[in-house]
Design a protein around this ligand. Structure first.
Ligand SMILES: Cc1cc2nc3c(=O)[nH]c(=O)nc-3n(C[C@H](O)[C@H](O)[C@H](O)COP(=O)(O)OP(=O)(O)OC[C@H]3O[C@@H](n4cnc5c(N)ncnc54)[C@H](O)[C@@H]3O)c2cc1C
Length: 429
């Protein structure tokens, strides 16, 4: 086979953004995707922030299949039999250009792969890459079954368990602490029901996050994002606490129990589950990042470990897109000097260090460690709910002053030495 300029392994957001950035550069660009089509194997909760990517991909958004722009955010702390929600609406988020949207990957990634093809890139579905082609220490292509596909540069965009990054020595061995697992259902409700139940105008969307009793003290939480006709409902759980579970709870049972909570039941009532998926998420943060380039190869997106759990948001999609575009810029530059050595490709690392990706990962470098604390997912959500229950309660007894009710409750679980230490640790998030 003739040598291709750029072979990109994985047609998710990282791989396709890289291909889109390269496709009009005169280089031959091949994206190899093992799924039936781009998006068929990709899972996300569903919320993308466009501000970090708008400038890098300015001409992409007018016709993109985005679902709803998010105007309402709701954070719910769940106790065993009670809950407390903060509901935040913002006019700013209801004005163009809308900063954040919900998306469905099966739709969005497929559309993006069509855009790559329109620009002259080739996206080949049902093509699983099995190995790297090496010439000494240099990556010179990939193999897929019996086929050898030589390339001047290979981009590993094959997601969280990147086999290619591992083969190239660009990924550290995973510890369960470095990964979370996400379970998700897409439930069809229809646009009217969604707008009624989530208090939205047509086109507007909501993002809801749930922390507390539903995970049984394990790191993680639940989410609901509203799409045009469906909702994405799921849970993210730390892999380490999940594997330590002694009582044999299966994660999908937690999802069923989440849907049965009174706070959720009425939101999903009458809905039909049209899709179910599960996927791993990289949460190791910057301390788990290994190298990003070697002679003839770069790593982008989840394959590089670009994911962040910021407690109230899981971010990975815009990092995947940004890293793909920065890899494309680097490759174009390297092509000008016809030099794809690690030292030339290290321009990618230079660009990343100045990008929002590494800056965010630096800022939140301690969050994975802090989130290991089970009290954040059990004791404190429960305490806040109990406190508010007491404040709101009227029974036959004379009512105490609110200040003393609040103080007693706070002193019980939060204003303890341990509670203050835990609160103090949150400054690292
Ligand atoms: C439940 C859940 C909720 C999430 N919520 C959010 C959220 O709300 N917001 C957000 O920003 N991020 C979220 N994320 C993270 C986000 O989805 C990922 O960071 C993002 O999908 C990474 O994109 P990617 O292109 O790097 O990898 P992927 O989307 O995983 O793409 C990798 C691609 O490579 C292909 N592939 C793999 N191996 C091979 C091979 N050998 N040969 C050929 N092709 C191969 C796969 O089929 C796949 O298409 C969530 C993740 C999960 C699982």
């Amino acid at each position: 086979m003739e040598r291709i300029d750029v072979v990109i392994v994985g047609g998710g957001l990282a791989g396709l953004s890289c291909a889109y950035g390269l496709a009009d550069s005169g280089l031959t660009v091949l994206v190899l995707e093992r799924g039936d089509f781009s998006g068929s194997k990709n899972v996300t909760g569903g919320r993308i922030y466009l501000e970090p990517v708008r400038r890098l991909l300015p001409d992409l958004w007018d016709e993109a299949p985005l679902e709803r722009h998010v105007v309402r955010e709701r954070l719910t702390l769940l106790g065993r039999t009670n809950s407390t929600s903060i509901d935040h609406y913002s006019d700013r988020r209801d004005q163009r250009p809308y900063p954040s949207y919900t998306i469905l990957r099966a739709r969005f990634d497929r559309w993006l792969s069509e855009k790559v093809a329109e620009r002259g890139g080739f996206v080949i579905p049902q093509k699983r890459v099995d190995d790297l082609l090496m010439d000494g220490k240099r990556v010179v292509g990939v193999t897929a079954g019996d086929e050898e596909i030589p390339a001047r540069v290979v981009v590993a965009a094959d997601g969280v368990l990147s086999f290619l990054a591992e083969r190239a020595g660009l990924r550290r061995d995973f510890e369960p602490e470095d990964l979370a697992v996400g379970y998700k259902e897409i439930i069809h409700l229809g646009d009217r029901k969604i707008e009624d139940r989530f208090n939205l105008e047509p086109g507007q969307g909501a993002a809801q996050l749930f922390v507390g009793a539903i995970t049984g003290g394990m790191m993680g939480g639940g989410f609901i994002y509203t799409n045009k006709e469906t909702i994405s409902l799921g849970m993210v759980l730390g892999l380490a606490p999940l594997t330590r579970l002694q009582n044999g709870i299966e994660a999908y049972r937690l999802l069923d129990a989440f849907k049965e909570r009174p706070e959720i039941r009425r939101l999903v009532e009458g809905g039909e589950t049209v899709e179910y998926s599960a996927h791993l998420i990289p949460e190791g943060g910057i301390r788990r990042l290994a190298g990003l380039v070697r002679d003839g190869m770069l790593v982008v997106g989840d394959a590089a470990g670009f994911g962040l759990n910021m407690l109230v948001t899981v971010r990975g999609m815009e990092y995947a897109m940004i890293s793909g575009v920065l890899a494309a810029e680097t490759i174009k530059r390297a092509a000008q000097s016809n030099d794809f050595s690690a030292s030339t490709l290290s321009h990618y690392e230079y660009l990343l260090k100045r990008s929002v990706i590494i800056r965010d990962m630096e800022t939140f470098r301690r969050s994975a460690e802090i989130l290991k604390n089970p009290r954040l997912f059990s004791l404190y959500p429960q305490s806040v709910c109990d406190l508010l229950e007491k404040v709101m309660e009227i029974d036959e007894k004379p009512k105490e002053r609110l200040s003393s009710t609040v103080f007693k409750e706070l002193r019980r679980n939060i204003l303890t030495l341990r509670g203050i230490k835990d609160l103090w640790s949150l400054r690292g998030i």
